[in-house]
Design a protein around this ligand. Structure first.
Ligand code: IMP
Length: 511
């Protein structure tokens, strides 16, 4: 049976709306599964995040990183809708750049539709995002794409929507009001405008075209670019996509494409080390105008037996702890540079910092949007149990092959709290307390010391194996250990970036 038919019969059988979300900090390999399931779907829709996300699309053998347009766009030619929903913060510059790439490759995007209610990313969002990060020494480590400020404008009731670019007068009125806010904030943060000017010279901000020496932001330049240039290019794609999706629900096959990961969700993550949208299934469904119960299958992707995070924030199982965090955040650090600096790194090295570097290389773990080395740690079951509470218990494990040469596998089963006495309402958390599910509080998480279970490695190349039964027994033991300990069901396993490097599971013990 072909992989496609296997997935249809064992995973998608009878389903109408299927969602792919990430149960960790993002970068777990959603793109591969969106691609795999795109052949099944009639509609592929994104509902959260913005150009902070990144997925690789191969065009004519060349890899391109796309940030906004769903990975399903390569199936436009087969009559599939690709939709960006209202929950997305949409930077038209990025969409136009991605359309240019598709044009160059001769690929169609006739059925690309953009929500009229998507939140509009404006130059001031990118400026304030970068000014704030520079001021705080990259406290959050954002991607600098204006994501947080754009979502803040929604709750602050001063935001613009994508549809506004089609109505020049309304756009100007709303923009003036919005800029008044940012001019006030920036006059305190950057009174001499030096940072603003420098940031605005970036190509993401039209190489300085939006900068005004007298008014900081050149309103006319922004209006012209958004309501003439961008509106001319993408205006015909803007529509009420939510109404269309509600109409499709239950009739057409809908694939919901998550962005980022549950642990970065503004609602479920660990403040302030989060992105600004709800990356859970709840945010995703809402972000395309559907209800959570419209999704009849939610697949949560889990990297195993390691995991990664980009940017700052607690990461209890990190290989090399604080040293690794500082190293990965270091200015200009890249995978090549760290290989040159630490050539003796190895998967079985005694020094876990060096083990981390080897994992990063084996898994090619660098940020798709930022190019930063991703921080790596052991699979953390308290975090997985936490994510499964919202995203459900069906999971896909990815990248297990990265550990093919590893002697032993460590998995975090629980934490022991080692911080100072900590008041939680009436209760006081004390040293020695065991935690099985991650608490949503970075103050607790940063003092949570992992308790590891150790399993033997399988020491065998696995990337060519096609069935669950043919996997090394020790790898199957690991999969079933994760299922038992985290109370999840592993539906598929990925053993490499290619489509065929995928194992479909039909339930424990069978395939
Ligand atoms: P922002 O989304 O740019 O505001 O960044 C907030 C945090 O989310 C930072 O720690 C980023 O590194 C992280 N983040 C945002 N998007 C992604 C992603 O697609 N993968 C991994 N981390 C991300």
């Amino acid at each position: 049976m072909s992989l496609d038919s296997l997935i249809r019969s064992k995973v998608l059988n009878g389903k109408r709306t299927v969602a792919i979300v990430c149960n960790q900090f993002g970068d777990t390999g959603k793109g591969k599964f969106i691609d795999l399931l795109s052949t099944w779907a009639d509609v592929i829709a994104r509902g959260t995040g913005g150009a902070n996300a990144g997925h690789t699309i191969k065009i004519g053998g060349v890899e391109h990183i796309f940030h906004l347009i769903p990975s399903g766009i390569l199936h436009d030619k087969d009559g599939k809708y690709n939709i960006i929903g209202r929950g997305v913060v949409l930077d038209p510059r990025v969409v136009v750049e991605e359309l240019d790439l598709l044009d160059k490759a001769g690929l169609s995007y006739d059925l690309l539709r953009l929500s009229m209610n998507a939140k509009l990313v404006l130059p001031q969002h990118i400026v304030i995002d970068r000014v704030r990060e520079a001021k705080t020494g990259k406290e959050i480590g954002t991607t600098g794409r204006g994501i947080g400020p754009c979502y803040e404008d929604q709750t602050g009731r001063r935001g613009l929507t994508l549809n506004d670019i089609l109505n020049r007068d309304i756009f100007v009125r709303k923009l003036k009001r919005n800029l008044a806010h940012y001019n006030t904030v920036l006059s305190a943060l950057d009174p001499d405008m030096q940072n603003t000017k420098k940031i605005m010279e970036h190509e993401h901000l039209a190489n300085g075209a939006y900068f005004s020496q007298t008014r900081r932001f050149d309103l006319d330049a922004i209006v012209e670019m958004y309501t003439a240039v961008y509106a001319g290019r993408i205006g015909s794609m803007i529509t009420d996509v939510e109404a269309r999706l509600r109409d499709f629900a239950g009739k057409k096959k809908i694939l919901l494409e998550g962005a980022q990961g549950y642990l970065l969700s503004v609602d479920y993550g660990f403040h302030p080390y989060v992105t600004s949208s709800d990356a859970s299934i709840e945010g995703l469904a809402k972000g395309v105008g559907l209800r959570v119960q419209d999704a009849d299958l939610v697949l949560g992707i889990v990297k195993a037996p390691y995991m990664t995070r980009v940017g700052a924030g607690p990461f209890p199982t990190e290989y090399g702890g604080e040293r690794s965090e500082k190293h990965c955040q270091g200015e200009g650090m890249t995978l090549d540079r760290e290989q040159a600096l630490y050539p003796d790194n190895a998967l079985n090295h005694d020094d876990e910092f060096l083990r981390g570097i080897a994992i990063r290389k084996a898994g090619s773990e660098k940020g798709a949007t930022t190019g930063r080395p991703r921080r790596v740690g052991r699979l953390d079951l308290p975090l997985l149990r936490y994510a499964a509470q919202t995203n459900g218990n069906k999971v896909i494990l990815t990248k297990l092959d990265v550990f093919d040469e590893s002697d032993a596998i460590e998995i975090c089963k629980a934490y022991v709290y080692k911080g100072p006495a900590y008041r939680m309402g009436k209760y006081t958390l004390k040293q020695g307390h065991i935690l099985f599910c991650a608490p949503q509080d970075p103050e607790i998480l940063k003092h949570s010391i992992p308790i590891y279970g150790k399993l033997p490695g399988w020491k065998q190349k696995t990337s060519d194996i096609k069935t669950y039964a043919a996997l090394p027994q020790k790898m199957r033991d690991l999969v079933e250990y994760i299922e038992r300990k985290a109370k999840v069901e592993v539906v598929m396993i990925s053993l490499g970036p290619e489509r065929e490097q995928t194992i479909v599971r039909g339930g424990i013990g069978s395939d």
